[in-house]
Design a protein around this ligand. Structure first.
Ligand SMILES: C[S@@+](CC[C@H](N)C(=O)[O-])C[C@H]1O[C@@H](n2cnc3c(N)ncnc32)[C@H](O)[C@@H]1O
Length: 268
């Protein structure tokens, strides 16, 4: 199991906490869900990286029981919560799988979506091949995920501190866990396999102001888990990180800007 998936599995119980749902990530998730409109022609709908199944349950609760919903999630504990949450909907199945290896038949999917997960793919090219394999010729898609310029304010403040506590190799390794694509790179990646017809890739910036504690609760859970700083200096490092992030404070709070990419495929 890779480090990202293992981390999500270990922290799955906290995923539905208010700290997370009220954070910038909870709000970007709602924004992303708002981009999805299920059409009558969609008979098989797939959510890749479905996490704890929140969006899948919400969509299934509003749609026809004839529609088959499939959630795909590699983190065991996230999957267990998603299975429990969607148990009341017999038309929902939650499967083990990844972007790079989808447990789905060739040309079987009418609509595939993914919210805030594609930046964790270990192999973007293979993932796009998988989308092309499983989508029907009329299949459509919406993916939202974070882009290259995500969280700039925090990066500028925290990088000098990480350099004190981590070697350059450790920093490169931590950064490489997340794909950091530009809008142009994303378009090139998807067009190569899916063609340009009906394909658009857009980017948007969403700034969220919060308290230090509000940001720290997700930041330490998502970013902090991936940096592998030894426990003996972790306390000192966290103290310096908090002080640096606190310097961003304005009268609206501490800003964090999400760089969001949206890949949209429509086939007519
Ligand atoms: C930020 S969560 C988003 C979950 C859900 N889509 C939501 O909006 O709440 C990212 C999810 O991507 C999953 N993930 C990580 N690597 C993945 C991969 N290679 N393929 C598919 N999903 C992956 C994680 O286990 C986690 O559940």
């Amino acid at each position: 199991m890779n480090q990202v998936v293992e981390t999500y599995s270990r922290l799955a119980d906290e995923y539905d906490s208010l700290g997370n749902t009220n954070s910038c990530w909870g709000r970007v998730t709602k924004h992303s869900l708002g981009l999805i409109t299920l059409q009558e022609k969609y008979k098989v709908v797939v959510d890749v990286g479905c996490g704890v199944g929140r969006e899948l349950a919400q969509l299934a609760s509003h749609d026809s029981p004839e529609v088959e919903f499939i959630g795909i999630e590699p983190a065991t504990k996230m999957r267990e919560i998603a299975i429990a949450r969607t148990a009341q909907y017999p038309n929902v199945r939650i499967l083990d799988g990844t972007f790079e290896s989808l447990p789905l038949q060739v040309r079987s999917v009418d609509y595939l979506y993914s919210i805030l997960a594609f930046h964790w793919t270990t192999d973007p090219a293979e993932a796009v091949n998988e989308f092309a394999r499983v989508l029907k010729p009329s299949g459509e898609m919406d993916l939202t995920f974070i882009g290259r310029y995500n969280g700039r304010e925090f990066i500028q403040k925290t990088t000098p501190i990480f350099f004190k506590y981590m070697t350059p190799e450790m920093m490169v390794r931590a950064a490489s866990l997340r794909k950091q694509l530009t809008v142009e790179q994303t378009y090139t990646l998807f067009r190569k396999v899916l063609g340009s017809q009906g394909l658009t890739v857009t980017e948007s910036y969403h700034t969220y102001n919060d308290t230090l504690d509000g940001h720290w609760s997700w930041w330490v859970r998502i970013e902090g888990q991936l940096v592998n700083i030894s426990q003996s200096v972790r306390g000192d490092c966290d103290g310096e990180l908090k002080a640096a992030i606190a310097q961003l404070e304005t009268d609206k709070g501490i800003p964090y800007t999400v760089h969001l990419l949206h890949v949209r495929l429509r086939r007519g």
